[in-house]
Design a binder for this molecule. Structure first.
Ligand SMILES: Nc1ncnc2c1ncn2[C@@H]1O[C@H](COP(=O)(O)OP(=O)(O)OP(=O)(O)O)[C@@H](O)[C@H]1O
Ligand SMILES: CC(=O)N[C@H]1[C@@H]2OC[C@@H](O2)[C@@H](O)[C@@H]1O[C@H](C)C(=O)O
Length: 385
């Protein structure tokens, strides 16, 4: 079956599309990536997405309009992808744009609720592309008692499980998240959770201090110094010590968090470059801490660990060097997912093609040990063309 996966993540940088051929093979599946393309959001669309993610500054009318506008953007991205890689598309899995995510329950209007919301009108995609759409993947996992995230672990397991080596799949998008697959283990032994900010804080500070949407190759970060006292103060955020399963978003590491980090840097007399270097070190340190506290204790000593990085953060050379410096002494072999056959930009989009395939075949696709769900769940809703 030829399936397209469409992802637009918490960085709000744009849309990734992956075209994947999925075939049954033995007891499992074989995935072949036919092509993948990235489509940056226009500055005006990025601006309204970011403001919609900031619950305090948005209106219901804006959200309704954005739902439609994103649907149009996904249609254009899919059309352009299929034009470049002509295929007979049979199914689309579209993650949508997360506007709000609260993975843990809290009191609201006299009851406890957890909630998540991804938008991008699927009816538009189905009508324009003439193919069934699977969307709204996260709620079914939450209803089953999970956090609704992360969902990529299914792909991680299908593609990267190994008999001899432990594999850690670290994605660095807006948020960082990891999946641990111990050697020769079933999918129920896998753990996965968000590690904290990925590029989100770096991006926010780059916009404010350098009027750029991100730190290309980590150039600015390579020019500054880490302000250790600010780093240790920001690492005190309760998210980092919370035990998995856990998920995060702009609610934890958005504009207010970046503002606080900048203020601390300025109080210390740091330069603008130092603020970017310190935010980059925060991502590297929070990933390392997550590995030490929640991953390493689950592994037998002397087991070789491949630490495989994907997402836009893999292109930040300063961040990758910081990770190498911290993770190698802990016995990790740092790689990029491209070294293992999956381009760093394509992994999450491929995952949503696979998740859609599962839903189409009425198969549960959440990984309860990753999301904290009490049971497997068939994810998402299908909109027919
Ligand atoms: N060449 C590059 N150099 C440095 N950083 C880069 C580069 N290209 C992309 N990035 C960073 O990667 C980010 C986008 O990453 P990605 O597309 O993986 O995130 P996402 O899918 O939006 O997020 P999430 O996985 O959290 O949902 C950009 O916002 C930028 O910070
Ligand atoms: C609610 C939400 O959109 N979460 C995203 C986000 O971006 C990264 C991290 O936080 C991860 O938990 C998740 O996305 C990936 C695709 C996942 O579900 O695995």
């Amino acid at each position: 079956m030829t399936v397209a996966g469409v992802m637009s993540g918490t960085s709000a940088d744009g849309i990734d599309v992956a075209l994947v051929q999925i075939r049954p093979k033995g007891n499992g599946l074989k995935l072949e990536l036919i092509g993948h393309e990235a489509f940056p959001f226009t500055p005006v669309l990025r601006k309204v997405i970011l403001s919609a993610m900031d619950a305090k500054s948005t209106s219901t009318a804006d959200l309704a309009r954005l739902n439609w506008r994103l649907g149009q953007a996904y249609v254009e991205a899919l059309r352009a992808t299929v034009k470049r890689h002509p295929v007979n598309l049979q199914l689309i899995g579209c993650h949508g744009q997360t506007i709000y995510h609260q993975g843990a329950t809290a009191m609201y209007a006299g009851r406890t609720v957890a909630c998540t919301w991804q938008i991008g009108e699927p009816a538009l995609l189905a009508a324009e592309l003439g193919v069934p759409i699977v969307s709204n993947f996260r709620p079914a996992d939450m209803v089953a008692g999970g956090q609704g995230a992360p969902l990529v672990p299914l792909l991680d397991y299908v593609q990267f499980a190994d008999n001899k080596r432990a594999r850690v799949l670290q994605n660095i998008g807006g948020i960082g998240n990891l999946t641990l697959i111990p050697p020769a283990s079933g999918i129920n032994k896998l753990i996965a959770f968000d590690t904290g900010p990925g590029n989100m804080v770096i991006d926010a500070l780059m916009q404010q201090l350098f009027q750029k949407s991100y730190d290309r190759s980590g150039k600015i970060a390579s020019r500054g110094h880490v302000i250790e006292s600010v780093l240790s103060a920001t690492l005190k955020h309760p998210f980092f010590r919370a035990k998995p399963p856990k998920s995060a978003g702009r609610e934890e590491f958005g504009a207010a968090f970046a503002e606080r980090l900048l203020q601390l840097c300025q109080e210390f007399g740091g330069s603008n470059e130092d603020a970017i270097t310190t935010a980059t070190a925060l991502t590297a340190d929070s990933i390392t801490r997550a590995f030490k506290e929640f991953v390493q204790p689950r592994l037998k000593s002397n087991i070789p660990v491949d630490y495989i990085v994907s997402g836009g953060g893999a292109k930040n050379k300063t961040l990758m060097a910081m990770l190498q410096q911290r993770l190698e002494p802990l016995g990790c072999n740092l790689l990029e997912s491209s070294d293992a056959g999956i381009p760093v930009d394509a992994k999450e989009a491929m995952a949503f093609a696979l998740l859609a395939y599962y839903t189409w075949h009425r198969r549960p696709a959440n990984v309860p040990s990753a999301t904290g769900a009490k049971r497997p769940a068939i994810l998402g809703q299908i909109t027919h063309a």
